[in-house]
Ligand binder design. Structure first.
Ligand code: NAP
Length: 264
């Protein structure tokens, strides 16, 4: 990778910033010396095995050294980063910070608003993004290669949908962990040993995740197949649907989306 692709992550030592940094080092083959991290503490925790990575407490120094900036500080602290970088490509993974706010915060007209997740470290994140009109085709390719190193990515057309992804795919394992917890609690209440219940349900979610990720059948296809089979799962699904579980899930996701819109 050439000097034209030095990448700086403001907040790169945080949970998400560090996951993205490791994705870039591991899967985009970014040389450590082309990666800059900025934070307030100067901590280089998580980068001990990469002594070549630059760590600074000076956000402006990072911006001078890098061509692409990734902003990954908590949304409530976004206005503290104090940078003016007109003309530079800026990507943000901060929940709820709009393209307009990113332009005002940085002075750049080349801004990208993305959502990702700490699963980036394993190359398993889903990272949708939108870009301001100033982001050209070369920039878009660069954004795609950065977010592809984190997992799967899509450029989406509607900025407000990023609030939905912030609620649904930003938190990993997020709501899926809640469903797994419900199943473990149910198994334990039936007298199954907690360790066995835990092991069984983790394996169920591992297998289900792999089947849903890689198989041809959509989730709706799987549900229909189980209903058509008319066995134990169909009985359970019918009961859950009659109990209003789908509406309760939609209501919960609505609350999460609303929270994503009011984080700053
Ligand atoms: N974690 C997730 O699951 C997740 C998922 C989707 C999106 N996000 C988004 O990712 C962003 C980061 O979240 P996180 O969970 O990674 O937060 P975090 O673990 O609290 O990390 C925040 C990072 O920002 C640094 N920081 C804070 N203020 C700074 C400043 N003024 N200048 C430079 N660095 C600063 C912190 O280091 P110091 O304390 O040393 O300054 C730390 O490296 C948030 O906007 C969040 O909405 C997170």
């Amino acid at each position: 990778m050439s000097d034209a692709h030095k990448i700086g992550i403001i907040g790169g030592s945080g949970m998400l910033g560090r996951a993205i940094a490791h994705a870039l080092l591991d899967r985009m083959a970014l040389p450590p010396s082309d990666l800059w991290i900025a934070n307030r503490s100067g901590s280089r925790a998580g980068f001990e095995q990469f002594p070549g990575v630059h760590v600074t407490t000076d956000n402006a120094l990072l911006c001078d050294a890098c061509d692409t900036l990734i902003l990954s500080v908590p949304p409530a602290l976004a206005s503290d980063i104090g940078i003016r970088i007109p003309g530079k490509l800026v990507m943000s993974v901060m929940a709820g910070v709009t393209l307009g706010e990113l332009q005002a915060l940085t002075g750049s007209d080349r801004v990208v608003r993305a959502m990702s997740s700490p699963a980036a470290e394993l190359g398993l994140a889903y990272s949708p993004w939108v870009a301001s009109p100033g982001v050209d085709a070369t920039n878009r390719d660069h954004v795609t290669s950065i977010l592809s190193a984190c997992g799967i990515t899509d450029e989406i057309g509607n900025e407000s949908h990023l609030d939905h992804f912030t609620a649904m795919t930003g938190p990993v394992p997020g709501f899926v962990a809640f469903y797994a917890e419900c199943m473990i609690d149910y198994a334990v209440s039936a007298g199954i040993a907690p360790a066995i219940a835990d092991r069984a349900i983790r394996q169920l979610f591992f297998a289900a995740g792999a089947m849903l990720a890689h198989g041809q059948a959509s989730p709706a296809d799987h549900v229909q197949q189980m209903i058509d089979y008319a066995g134990t799962t169909a009985a359970g699904l019918t009961s859950m649907k009659n109990a209003g579980v789908s509406a309760a899930i939609a209501e919960g996701l609505d609350a999460a989306v609303e929270k994503a819109r009011t984080l700053r």
